[in-house]
Design a protein around this ligand. Structure first.
Ligand SMILES: Cc1ncc(COP(=O)(O)O)c(C=O)c1O
Length: 440
């Protein structure tokens, strides 16, 4: 090559959630045993049934020629009016349809949020963090992510003192990113925590990016939760929302951005305009899902159905807490929202810890896939594929130095859920004790 054509941030792009699926597929083929897919947050893949009334709305829309057309770059006006009214009805900050922009899934929105920032401007995000955010932010900057700690010993609450200090002493930090409810921890941050983060943003003249894709999936202490629109007051912010998890329709590739307080902030306004202009170059986002959003979210059965879904996740969260509660060697906080659970090993992991893999071909294949300097939790997760046919994601791939793994509450089948979770608890015991025995 005449010159190095690789982007400065190329090393920062990493999405283990999908990468591990390739290895798991091969293990499934070699072992002839079905894999339990706990790596990805796709409720449909895990057996969730889409209610008939939602399918009827979509079927009817599919019959209309206009749903095959391009839509306006910002998104369909009727849908943006519906969403702006919904936001305004909650109280707090007020928006108009002009403050909403649609994207091809939130993944698309997340990429544009960071890509269109000035290179030197950094956004501090949680650790652990959902990798789409941390990778896109770090990829744009060409440096590793800047993070504030979520504390597993304190229900995964953010270390606000660390956040304040990092913001205070690092002038390149221009924004704070929050995921609430959180992926990968399942934590829901209460109002007072978010108010404090907003106060830090106000004091240091930062903007906030709040990923609220799970905002209607809070099943514990609901009264303590509020979306950022209710708490943001005068601070410039972006709220990211979507239908991938809520309807659930991840294959629709449809999400949107609500922009708060852009009018009084010319720089922020210009930045938002650059996001819209970038979207304009792509013409628009998917039309069909936008068309049906008001009819689905405004349907008389919608709220009751959400309540029922949340009861299901609450039941799963409680049971997961019971199973891991009897499992020494790990810290587990039963999720209060979203549908992920992060397990953290609370003892030192050593290189000799391992899981027994009976199938020789699977063991040999996995050994070839685990780099010699792999993090201890990556070894656990890879060996788990061969030893238990369960595919999770190593916690260390979520920008954290904690070791553990992420699994989900999504399994619809009670027996399968029970079997996956008891097998995980059993594997943890085998792994942490194998090192001890080897050492003796
Ligand atoms: C916190 C968070 N934000 C964004 C996304 C991406 O959602 P979408 O399917 O709309 O791209 C996900 C998907 O798992 C997520 O967990």
């Amino acid at each position: 090559m005449r010159m190095n054509i690789v982007h400065i941030g190329a090393e920062e792009l990493n999405y283990e959630i999908r990468k591990i699926a390739d290895v798991a597929n091969e293990v499934e083929r070699l072992s002839g045993q079905p894999m339990a897919w706990e790596n990805i947050g796709d409720p449909v893949q895990k057996g969730e049934h889409i209610p008939d009334w939602i399918k009827d709305i979509i079927s009817e829309a599919v019959q209309q020629d206009r749903t095959y057309a391009y839509s306006p770059t910002r998104g369909l006006l009727r849908t943006r009016e519906f969403l702006a009214d919904r936001c305004n009805a909650r109280g707090g900050v007020r928006i108009t349809p002009e403050d909403i922009i649609f994207f091809n899934g939130l993944g698309d929105a997340v990429n544009k949020v960071y890509y269109l920032l000035r290179r030197e401007a950094r956004v501090i995000g949680p650790s652990p963090a959902y990798s789409t955010h941390s990778s896109a932010e770090a990829g744009h900057a060409g440096y590793p992510p800047i993070t504030y700690r979520l504390d597993p010993a304190n229900h995964w609450m953010p270390d606000l003192e660390e956040l304040r200090n990092k913001v205070k002493y690092n002038e390149s930090i221009a924004g704070i990113m929050i995921i609430n409810p959180d992926n990968p921890t399942g934590a829901v941050f209460p109002r007072e925590v978010i108010r404090e983060m907003v106060a830090i943003a106000r004091e240091y003249k930062l903007f906030i990016v709040a990923d609220e894709i799970y905002m209607n999936m809070v099943f514990q202490n609901r009264e303590n939760y509020a979306p950022i629109s209710e708490l943001i007051e005068d601070v410039p912010a972006i709220s990211l929302k979507g239908i991938s998890k809520e309807i659930p329709w991840p294959g629709a590739r449809c999400g949107w951005m609500e922009v708060y307080n852009q009018k009084d902030n010319p720089i922020f306004q210009k930045y938002i305009k650059s996001i819209l202009d970038a979207k304009m170059l792509e013409v628009c986002s998917t039309t069909l899902p936008q068309t049906v959003i008001p009819d689905i979210l405004g349907h008389p059965q919608y709220n009751d159905w959400q309540v029922e879904r949340n009861r299901f996740f609450e039941k799963r969260s409680r049971r997961a807490g019971e199973i891991f509660g009897k499992c020494p060697g790990v810290i587990v906080n039963p999720p209060a929202g979203a549908f992920y659970l992060s397990v953290v090993f609370d003892k030192q992991l050593t290189d000799d810890m391992q899981l027994r893999i009976e199938n020789d071909r699977v063991r040999t294949y996995l050994e070839s896939q685990i780099p010699p300097n792999a993090e201890a939790d990556r070894r656990f997760v890879y060996q788990l594929l061969g030893a238990r046919n369960i595919c999770t994601v190593p916690l260390s791939s979520f920008v954290t130095d904690l070791f553990g793994f992420r699994c989900t509450l999504l399994e619809r089948d009670d027996e399968k859920f029970e079997s996956i979770y008891t097998s995980l608890a059993d594997a943890i015991q085998e792994f942490v004790h194998s090192g001890y025995v080897a050492a003796v």
